[in-house]
Design a protein around this ligand. Structure first.
Ligand code: SF4
Length: 471
């Protein structure tokens, strides 16, 4: 499920050092799925002998791994490209290479609009390493490379066990279990960009998870466009539930987290697995997008409002302590005020612990873009605001109920300099997307688990004090 890929707004700079050879830097934008692409690509590039720099100012080449799932993500990518183009224009940067969704989708026009771009490529796959090396070589030899664009085919499947250079803190990692999506929601461009569902073989995932665990990952977040479809393209016996039952056997892994599930593909076995397995976080990321039947049908979501309600009921009643995250699109073509009200009422009734909302973004080439009844931006913006105001109240009420409770928390790092506090998360907080636990305690170790008592909250974050260590 491509929930909100742009929700991780922070660009990451991929770091390594070089003194003598040409220096290359990378900026990775968008969601954790894009980040995994960057990590794999980076490892492949390094092992092919290319060197990196942590600073793109002064780099010989900068690769920008873009995202263009929705308008906001596109804008963020364009902003970063334009900043890099300015650096290039002033001679502070060598070549500018754009890769990822935006590159794949708008390659030729991007180069026309931003002439500082030297090379545009598609999704950042390890298969692109030779081409980028060739580009760098030509650039070196001739002083300036002839710019060219190349389109690559949508997912060609997984390379067997391509290593990755992780950009997340050592104690948590994203693990991509499938690539592409066969759901074809009417508003979504992802299947065009990433192709049909291609699941990674079970043994490859287990090997990668073991490697991540031995590299220090205590929390592993499973990602893919729709992880609940995992395995169906390989065998009817290969399911997410089965994968989870295997992953929990890895001793070092303490938390397994499910990101991007689809309401149409939850099974009884999966609910049972999440409920029974201690290591699987009682946290479910379940984008519903809407609740009105007419809109769900127009979106091609393959579920009715009744199906969603009954799934919510099963999840809540069978998984104790469940934290539910959803994402919602407001202002889908034809959405009436009455239909939007229905959505608000549903959100209020369910009380999602976490909720991300987006205004509908008209993506060229999708079925929804051709639909009549496109909603003016102003109305979409107002609806988004009303929904988020409601969610703010729900989140505050949920956080208030947490005061006095004891939680197991994982320390991510130090909070603001000089505050003496730490940033941590409990199972209800996915990294980089949800709130935090602002933690007080002495000499806490980053990447370790502690027991903490909740003392208060600030908007979406909890405040807590350590009451003991967890081995
Ligand atoms: S087609 Fe639907 S399920 Fe697939 S990535 Fe897009 S929104 Fe998610």
């Amino acid at each position: 499920m491509a929930g909100p890929p742009g929700r991780n707004k922070r660009a990451r700079e991929i770091k390594s050092i070089s003194r003598k050879e040409k220096k290359v830097a990378i900026i990775s934008l968008g969601c954790p799925k894009n980040l995994v692409d960057s990590e794999r690509f980076l490892a492949a590039l390094i092992s092919s002998g290319v060197k990196f720099t942590s600073s793109y100012v002064g780099a010989d080449a900068l690769l920008i791994n873009t995202c263009c799932f929705i308008d906001d993500a596109k804008e963020e990518s364009l902003d970063v490209i334009l900043q890099a183009a300015r650096l290039k224009a002033t001679g502070e940067l060598g070549s500018l290479i754009v890769v990822g969704c935006l590159g794949k989708r708008f390659g030729e026009s991007l180069k026309r609009e931003i002439p500082e771009i030297d090379l545009v490529m598609g999704l950042l796959k390890s298969e692109l390493v030779p081409e980028i090396k060739q580009f760098l070589h030509n650039h070196k030899k001739k002083g300036s490379a002839r710019p060219y664009a190349r389109k690559i085919a949508a997912s060609a499947g997984f390379l067997p066990e391509v290593p990755r250079l992780r950009l997340t803190p050592r104690h948590f990692a994203y693990l991509r279990i499938a690539e592409g999506c066969s759901n074809r929601c009417s508003y979504c461009i992802i299947p065009e960009l990433r192709g049909e569902l291609t699941s990674k073989p079970l043994e490859h995932i287990l090997a990668e998870a073991e490697e991540l665990a031995s590299d220090g990952a205590r929390e592993i977040c499973l990602v893919g466009e729709d992880i609940t479809s995992y395995g169906r393209d390989i065998s009817e016996n290969l399911t997410l539930a089965r994968l989870l039952r295997e992953l929990v056997k890895i001793p070092e892994v303490h938390w397994l987290r499910l990101l991007y599930t689809h309401p149409a593909h939850w099974t009884d076995a999966l609910i049972r697995t999440v409920a029974e397995e201690d290591k699987v976080c009682k946290y479910v990321d379940l984008p519903i997008q809407h609740i009105n039947d007419r809109i769900l049908k127009a979106m091609g979501r393959k579920v009715s409002a009744g199906d969603i309600r009954s799934l919510m009921h099963s999840l809540r009643s069978r998984i104790s302590g469940l934290y539910l995250r959803t994402s919602i699109i407001v202002g889908f073509p034809g959405e009436t005020e009455v239909e939007f009200q229905e959505l608000l009422e549903f959100v209020s009734e369910v009380g999602f612990e976490r909720l991300g909302a987006f205004t509908y973004s008209k993506e060229e080439g999708t079925e929804a873009a051709r639909m009549s009844g496109q909603i003016p931006e102003k109305i979409k913006g107002e609806r988004l605001h009303r929904l988020m105001e409601l969610q703010k109240e729900i989140a505050a009420a949920k956080n208030r109920q947490m005061i006095g409770k004891e939680l197991e928390v994982l320390v991510d790092g130090l909070a603001e300099a000089g505050s003496g506090l730490y940033e941590a998360r409990f199972y209800g907080d996915a990294p980089e997307v949800d709130g935090l636990v602002i933690l007080s305690g002495d000499n806490l170790q980053i990447g370790n688990f502690y027991r903490a008592r909740v003392t208060g909250f600030q908007e979406y974050d909890l405040c807590a004090e350590v009451v003991g260590a967890i081995k």
